[in-house]
Ligand binder design. Structure first.
Ligand SMILES: C[S@@+](CC[C@H](N)C(=O)[O-])C[C@H]1O[C@@H](n2cnc3c(N)ncnc32)[C@H](O)[C@@H]1O
Length: 551
């Protein structure tokens, strides 16, 4: 054990507060503007500063030594992810140079979890690199979850070096606490408290919390004290990360920070410092405020886990007062080989759900697939819904799904090929979301089906049937993709005495099926008004929902 570490033990034994440094990387960000130099260099975050700007790192350490710190920590944030973990040696050396033979201890900071095999390998390289010029202690900080056995194995790895080990967790009374005060996971009872006891048994030298907002500190140390006799410490953040740089907290100045530090001390803190966004001025002020204090035994209430559990949760509802969370989406099971709904299906479904179309009406779903649309019409209160599909498995799936959704009595099914189908009646509501895939005749030249060069064959045939299928005052809801063009649809609608308006639209990804027809899609786009949109190298088409009526 080094003389400097021995001194820390003495301070704790004498009930004097050990003063840890404040933010190092955030201080590097502040340093250049402080000196009147050009703005901060975001690259100095992490271990880059050790090689790019060693003088600045030394200067930040020296400022903390001058502020009255008993311990300063190396600028080795993310060392285990650094391209050259051996740079650790530079980290220790710069801190030692700043101490300049004084009695300030140097903590080697490792700010990452050490559980994974990669991290364990990086850790071995780091520990080897600093073996010849060891720090006074190892500070494994900003840890989050306690995992069995990884966390304990990682800690044992550090303890095996013989250098004293302090652990620091980003935790408050509500569990792991992120930099913005967000919590991970559910409440965990005393799991962390029991882990604290185990750390003590393993031989860890102190337990701290760090890198969390100051509002989350109260109540944590007094609670930890119920589980462990280890010296306890705290070094929270001021401000938060905004983009690549740290946004400093302008409201908590050195004096206010000293006030907070007094409260932590009253709760039992034996080690006090600061993490990101705290400065030598904050630490100096806290050090002075804590000089002749003893650790107290207060037990403040922790801030409530956000959001405050006051008002009962308000339901998310639509304009008609129906719940939207969870969405009352029909229960669908889909037999092997039956069409699985896509964005086109969801576009039409959403419109049917939102508008409640079909109530008290006679409806037909042409190409029903899983029955997603037929079932929604029935759920909307349709008098009857006739569902047809060329694939008998789709009809069977639709009828089974009708049963799952309690609308069996209103849905009838028919296996029929649209090209042969002769509807014997008309309907008030017609829905159709049909295949629209342009096919290259050179790729698929055979088969007795009409070759779908334009991807419109099924839709066009449907439009031909529509004047008879649609009751005089009825409406049809038809999904059409942008890759088959508008002009031809309009021409056919006009010829059939029909008129369309766009009731809604959404985006439809290419996916593997459309990707396989890409050349033909491009050909059709060249030869007509068909189009798709390219966004950041990704192709996406527009799916239109047309509401078609008689003229
Ligand atoms: C794109 S899927 C849509 C299914 C469902 N309406 C949806 O929105 O998820 C088209 C459906 O039309 C059916 N189909 C294809 N050709 C057909 C034809 N000639 N006659 C009747 N149905 C056909 C398919 O079996 C498939 O279930």
């Amino acid at each position: 054990m080094s003389v400097a570490y021995d001194r820390l033990l003495g301070l704790v034994a004498d009930e004097r507060c050990v003063i840890l440094d404040g933010g190092v990387a955030t201080e590097l960000q502040r340093l250049r503007p402080l000196r009147g130099e050009p703005g901060p260099d975001p690259e100095l975050w992490g271990t880059w500063a050790l090689t790019r700007s060693p003088d600045a790192v030394r200067e930040v350490h020296a400022r903390y030594v001058a502020a009255g710190c008993d311990v300063i920590s190396t600028d080795t944030w993310s060392i285990l992810s650094a391209p050259e973990p051996e740079v650790a040696q530079v980290g220790v050396r710069l801190a030692r140079e700043a101490v300049a033979g004084g009695d300030t201890a140097v903590a080697f900071a490792i700010s990452e979890e050490v559980g994974s095999p990669e991290r364990a390998r990086a850790l071995d390289r780091v520990l080897k690199a600093i073996a010849d010029e060891p720090p006074d202690l190892l500070l494994l900080e900003t840890m989050t979850l306690v995992r069995e056995p990884e966390t304990f194995e990682g800690v044992e790895r550090l303890l095996a070096t013989g250098v004293p080990v302090w652990l620091s967790f980003r935790r408050c009374r509500h569990g792991v606490c992120g930099v913005y005060g967000e919590h991970w996971g559910p409440p965990e009872g005393d799991e962390f408290g029991r882990a604290a006891r185990r750390f003590e048994e393993l031989g860890v030298g102190a337990l701290l919390i760090n890198c969390l907002p100051v509002e989350h500190v109260p109540g944590m140390l007094s609670w930890l004290g119920d589980f462990t006799g280890l010296p306890l410490g705290v070094y929270p953040n001021l401000g938060h990360l905004a983009g690549p740089l740290w946004r400093f907290d302008d409201e908590t100045g050195p004096e206010e920070y000293a006030g907070l530090a007094r409260a932590w001390r009253a709760e039992g803190a034996q080690i006090v410092g600061g993490c990101c966004g705290t400065t030598p001025e904050h630490i100096h002020s806290a050090a002075q405020a804590l000089e002749r204090t003893k650790p107290g035994r207060e037990r403040p209430e922790p801030a409530p886990r956000e959001p405050a559990e006051t008002a009962p949760a308000r339901a998310w509802e639509d304009e008609r007062g129906r719940p939207l969370f969870p969405l009352p989406f029909p229960k669908l099971e889909i037999d092997e080989g039956v069409f699985v709904p896509t964005q086109g299906s969801y576009l039409v479904w959403k419109h049917l759900f939102r508008t409640g179309i079909g109530e008290g009406e006679r409806c037909v779903d042409v190409g029903c697939g899983s029955g997603i649309l037929a079932i929604q019409l029935a759920l909307n209160g349709a008098e009857s819904v006739h569902a047809i599909d060329v694939d008998p498995r789709a009809v069977a799936t639709t009828l089974a799904n009708a049963e799952r959704n309690g609308v069996t009595g209103r849905i009838t099914g028919e296996t029929a090929d649209l090209f042969d189908w002769k509807p014997d009646r008309s309907f008030d509501v017609v829905v159709a979301s049909l295949y629209q895939l342009p096919v290259d005749p050179f790729v698929e030249p055979s088969g007795h089906r009409p070759l779908d060069y334009w991807g419109r064959t099924l839709l066009d045939h449907f439009l031909r049937l529509l004047p008879d299928l649609l009751a005089p005052a009825g409406s049809a809801y038809v999904m059409q993709l942008s890759i088959i063009g508008q002009a031809e649809t309009e021409r056919r609608l006009a010829a059939a005495g029909l008129v369309a308006r766009v009731a809604d639209f959404s985006f439809f990804p290419f996916g593997p099926l459309f990707e396989s027809s890409r050349e033909q899609i491009e050909r059709v786009e060249e030869l007509s008004d068909a189009y798709h949109v390219a966004v950041g190298g990704e192709d996406v088409m527009v799916a239109y929902l047309l509401e078609v009526t008689h003229r």
